[in-house]
Design a protein around this ligand. Structure first.
Ligand SMILES: [Zn+2]
Length: 114
């Protein structure tokens, strides 16, 4: 209901909304229009995950932003750690940290590439 009002006021909507409710969406398993995506964006992710079809917009929703932020933070602290272990000439540990950095970068690019 809150979302519908927002759409009618045109605040977050990219277009007219067809009037789908979240219940309609659950029943139909798909969105009625692009306005639905905007309207349901907050609650959408969990639903889409269980449906796994028609998820072309899923990479742009807030949870992924949060996740990429977490990964960026992790990456920063790993880089700091790498500096430290290299300075200490702990090359065994440096190799481990470097692998972690690589894996974190890959995860990050998977999310941001969508
Ligand atoms: Zn709609």
């Amino acid at each position: 209901m809150r979302g519908l009002r927002q759409a009618q006021r045109g605040q977050r909507s990219r277009g007219p909304h067809c009037g789908f409710t979240q219940a309609d969406f659950k029943k139909a398993g798909r969105l009625g229009c692009s306005g639905c995506y905007v309207t349901f964006a907050e609650g959408l992710e969990g639903l889409l995950k269980t449906m796994h079809k028609g998820t072309q917009h899923v990479g742009k929703i807030p949870h992924d932003l949060q996740q990429s932020r977490d990964l960026s933070d992790k990456l920063k602290s790993l880089l700091k750690k790498l500096d430290k272990v290299v300075a200490e000439e702990d090359f065994e540990q440096a190799a481990v940290v470097r692998d972690e950095i690589k894996a974190t970068k890959e995860k990050l690019s998977e999310i941001t590439a969508v």
